[in-house]
Ligand binder design. Structure first.
Ligand SMILES: *Cc1c(COP(=O)(O)O)cnc(C)c1O
Length: 398
């Protein structure tokens, strides 16, 4: 019988954290409840469900048993009271921010964010009267100045390690700063996963994920989640989520539940391989700059050591040359898959300047720390020697 024990280590929680998988049938794998709607026993039952007198399922945009099982599991891993599964990582980011902000409000975001989040900050939120101010969050004075200058500031949002520069931000220090000014602190924990970093243990209020990445882990699902207090999740559901409808599908939830069971094992392999790749690249004559929080010269190394239990699977580096050499390396790899996204079992390689960050104007791009010759590598769980051989033969062609 899987009774949840709060003392379990994270690897055990990843497998048993959501409790008995399906009390109704005893199925070991949570069934995919592929049902849009749920039958009421009678008129009174329907009325009681709607009024909240009775607990149960009504309609899958609101709640679904498979999605709820995933929510219990991810809340357990992050150490939060409650979670909301969402249709994507962007749905998680947008809903978490909109739970707190209305027209006339503003929020602070770090300037090293995922490309989609940058567009949300700079183009989408302003349409609804919500102002996002992006700042260099490694500089606490600047963050505090921005908070003081912002009108009706509600939220401090940041991502660490950040996409795609691998900038590491001090979770505890930023959270204390945010709380000092009464802000809700939201952290995008996609790169680290709860296996390597649990922001709530450092006081963070809300964690968001693109579950598309490591949590799913197999490149077969787009999904996200928000983890927070039950009160925050309820406010988000009532204020924006249920009626804007970015719900997670039961099949996505099932794939994520499956992914979570091997997440600790996969993260161990990602960390091991990424460290080997980072060390190899750091000494390669065709490589000019390697960014990996596990390297002692990385500016965020000490902070990463303090707040993470591993340095993750993402490595950024720059090849000798410019934009063209960046493209050339992409065309020279044989094992690595040329694709955006990250966190899959397969090693994925991409050139941000021509793809994920192509929409930035050059100045914005530089400000976000993205150079024309930069390559982003999501180191997979293949044998590390094969990954190194592939990079080596590709770099030799430059
Ligand atoms: C991919 C990603 C997102 C967006 O997630 P989707 O699932 O693509 O919507 C947000 N934040 C980070 C850090 C990401 O890598």
């Amino acid at each position: 019988m899987s009774e949840i024990n709060p003392d379990w280590r994270i690897a055990t929680k990843a497998i048993h954290g959501f409790g008995p998988s399906d009390p109704a049938t005893g199925a070991v794998s949570v069934p995919i409840y592929q049902s849009s709607t749920f039958r009421f026993r009678d008129a009174q039952h329907g009325a009681d469900l709607f009024s909240g007198e009775a607990e149960g399922y009504i309609y899958s945009r609101m709640n679904n048993p498979t999605v709820n099982a995933f929510e219990r599991e991810i809340a357990c891993l992050e150490g939060g009271d409650a979670a909301q599964g969402t249709a994507s990582g962007m749905a998680a980011c947008a809903n978490a921010i909109l739970a707190e902000c209305r027209s006339g409000d503003s929020y602070i975001s770090c300037d090293t964010v995922y490309g989609g989040t940058h567009t949300l900050n700079s183009k989408v939120m302003p349409r609804f009267g919500v102002t996002a101010i992006e700042v260099d969050a490694t500089d606490f004075d600047r963050v505090e100045d921005a908070i003081k200058q912002a009108k009706n500031c509600r939220v401090l949002f940041f991502e660490t390690p950040a996409n795609p520069t691998l900038t590491v931000l001090d979770i505890r220090a930023l959270t204390e700063l945010g709380h000092k000014h009464g802000l809700t602190v939201i952290v995008d924990n996609t790169f680290a996963t709860p296996i390597l970093q649990r922001p709530m243990e450092h006081g963070v209020d809300v964690v968001v994920h693109s579950a598309t990445k490591y949590i799913g882990g197999h490149g077969d699902v787009v999904a996200g989640c928000v983890i927070a207090s039950a009160e925050f999740i309820e406010k988000m559901r009532k204020g924006v989520f249920v009626e804007t409808g970015a719900s997670m599908t039961p099949l996505s939830a099932w794939l994520l539940l499956r992914g979570l069971k091997t997440l600790p094992l996969r993260m161990q392999a990602h960390c091991h391989n990424a460290m080997r790749v980072a060390k190899f690249l750091a000494f390669h004559p065709k490589v000019v700059d390697v960014s990996y929080p596990g390297l002692t010269h990385h500016p965020g190394h000490e902070i990463a050591k303090r707040q993470m239990s591993g340095f993750g699977g993402m490595v950024a580096f720059a090849v000798n040359g410019g934009y063209d050499e960046g493209l050339k390396l992409i065309d020279a790899v044989r094992l690595a898959t040329v694709a955006v996204s990250l966190g899959d079992c397969d090693t994925l390689i991409c050139h941000p300047a021509s793809t994920t960050h192509a929409a930035y104007d050059p100045e914005e791009r530089r400000a976000a720390g993205i150079e024309d010759n930069q390559i982003r590598l999501s180191v997979g769980v293949e044998h590390s020697a094969d990954i190194l051989d592939d990079l080596n033969q590709a770099l030799r062609q430059l």
